[in-house]
Design a protein around this ligand. Sequence first.
Ligand code: BMA
Length: 901
Amino acid sequence: MNHVACSFVGFYLSTVFFLDSALLSEASSLRLGDNIVSLNGKWQLVNSNSTFSLSAEVPGCVHTALQRQGVISDPYYRFNDLAYRWISLDNWTYTTSFSLPACVEEVQDVQGKGKVVLVFEGVDTISTISLNGVTIGTTDNMFRRYDFDVTGLLKDQENILQVFIMSAVAYASQRSRAHTKYRVPPDCPPPVQKGECHVNFIRKAQSSFSWDWGPSFPTLGIWKGVRLEVFNTFRVLSFTTSLKYDSADSSWSVEVELFFDVVVASKGLVHISIPLLLSEAEFQLSLTPGQRKTSFILQVNQFQNVSLWWPFGHGDQRLYNLEINVKLDDGETFKAQRMVAFRTVELVQELIPSSPGLSFYFRINGKPIFLKGSNWIPVHAFQDQVTTDMITVLLRSAQKANMNALRVWGGGVYEQDFFYNLCDMYGIMIWQDFMFACALYPTERDFIQTVREEITQQVRRLKSHPSVVIWSGNNENEAAIATDWFNISVADRPLYVKDYVNLYVDNIRDIVLQEDSTRPFLVSSPTNGVESEREGWVAQNPYDPNFGDTHYYNYFTDCWDWTAFPRTRFASEYGFQSWPSLSTLSKVSVSSDWDFSSNFSAHRQHHEDGNQQMLRQAELHYILPNSTDSVQRYRDTIYITQVMQAQCVKIQTEFYRRSRSDISEGKGHTMGTLYWQLNDIWQGPSWSSVEFGGKWKMLHYWAADFYAPVLSVGIEDKGDLLIYAVSDRQSEQHSVKAKVKLFSWSSFNPVCSLESNMTTVKAGGSTLVFQQSMSALLSQCGNCTRRSCLITFHLSSAAEPISPHNHIFLSSPRQAEGLQKPNITFTVKDAGVVQNFAVTLHCSFPAVYVWLDVDDVPGHFNLNGFLMLSKKTTVIFGAWRSTSVEEITANLHITSLRDVY
Ligand code: BMA
């Protein structure tokens, strides 16, 4: 039996500066003198016929418990996702017993006055909960918090709390069978995903039944904390802060909402302040029993200079501490603090001269901002295993790659508070989807009801974060209806459109508009925005490049051909797959798996024809690896998929960035690129740029360059070489030159060097800085042909480079004449800074896509996947743990394009 203690917590903490993990558990009603009884810790777990009975940690899930107790091995290992399917098909019961601490008894003794509430921050998913044999409630939505009134149900001695969890797979199937009037597709995922069916019938991470980048682990568990809250007068359920700017008198105010659960009518005072801005106000409070919402407006002191919060790369991320003090006349108090920030956000959809359609861009603090980033998927199939370290590594990596935005994609989970706190600090703007993806959804009354509660809770939890800049109703569900993914007959279509509008417009949008007036709401992604609305919320073509955002994938045409990309207003998804490194894969595989045609390679690939698509795309420009050593060939094949991915996403992203101020045939004004996808859920092939475990793929290194604030982009168009300067800066840059060099593949000495005229680079735009006929350039440069030479370029001002070095190839490297094995050798030295190591490379010929891989040593290089056009180059490896020159030397693998064949 657990002997639990009351904790007396002085502050409600929702601030990035208190990183105490116990307090980061989204607990939302800790107040001074309050009695919080945590029921986290060891529970007992048993399956339906009691063949398994084990101890299990709460928060946690069944898979994690079975693994920790040694009943199963790593679920990610080889084919274990199939071997452990039985776990999700069974029903499981969590039980804990506890005796009451004195604080609870005191409240219970005060007959008819005190209240005891049992709070579940998150149950996954379908459960019936009983306390001392009495059913106190049920749950059907993993994204909701549940509060059960258990006043009078607790005993002085032993209390038994049980959570009976039903198989999510069985529940989803049952609900779909009960939906007899018409089908709600898709029924099942494609066979290649090896997943479970009808996930759209359950409010649970949609990717948990499998996805095209992830395994099927329909988890069961108590994935967030459990506690008792004991109080005599009132408790605060949650509070929100919304910062509003009044342009008429250039003033800021903060709306603070407090959500109370009141037992006894009471009066008192609420004091709200932002001490640093010498802003404070006191308000009368009058509460009557029941759940109550109160709102207060704090005017920010007009004589204080407010520093704004800016997205990364555009200014500081200034956060201010806001304090709330509630004091009731009977002496009860509540204290809270939160970091708030001043920024405005608008989504601008307006007419563009000489273009059909409408613009689609974000204006932050009145300035148009180009969103540069990626899409975020769940960090782990077992959410209880996600640590703050994992989130930190990913968000730091995003920022290091010059990203200022991430889209929390709608097929996963609403992320934990820690994630949004860090985004607030890092200046990473969040496009927040609601959790609906790639499916149609039922609209039964109980489904809508649970969704309404989910949306209300999540908006209230997240809306105080400056990083969240937009809400979006779902992922691709407008497109699914519009472009008929599910073979719906014309006659039936209105039925589905009606359900769509019911769910996302009449319910979700309605709630969001009521709860949050400080940021835009979109119904779907991709969508045509206001044009979709005009067409009844399901546009004829939600992928229209002239409106809203688009998702675009094309694995069949040559990704080097930039003319094939739609010149969209906003590219919220696009990408190419690659395989993660051998060191990542080796954690879940054995050497016999290390072959591109092994069962393992096929099993891990959840996207139809994915492995072949990667090779076909790679083969267009590179000679595929052909080592006779099969492990070497496997390593090299992984490498070539990463080269292909990096190059394809680079070309596409550069196209979008230079389309920022261009209008060509009415299309352009692109104002955002979020490639698919930042992170991985397991060790498998996917569109990610960061592997499961945090290791960067080649794409991630390249992202730092193609997302640089000032970028040079080179293309060939109608026989001309064009070099653009793309700038995200808010002011023009004068006296800029493009420095251009032609190299032959076989020599370190440039064949020729050219410079553009001095140019002024537009602020927030793309400026053509160099143009010359390619054939003239080649003949001017003596011995150059398309096959023998390549072109490098960068921007410079006052003799300093102001953009990363870039290049274009004039033919595929597979046809390059003179490209030879570079014979790269290296030495490693301590770089003189803690955990930094200098790796000096020597080569005898120019080397393409030079890739350094230190296997399992975590960290990253300052440069990787690069063109080596000098005999000697030094790169720095920053390790994320302590390591040594010897360890790095022993683990370092260096590969370049010419080494794999
Ligand atoms: C988009 C996403 C995901 C998917 C990705 C790659 O459709 O929204 O559903 O993983 O493409 O196929």
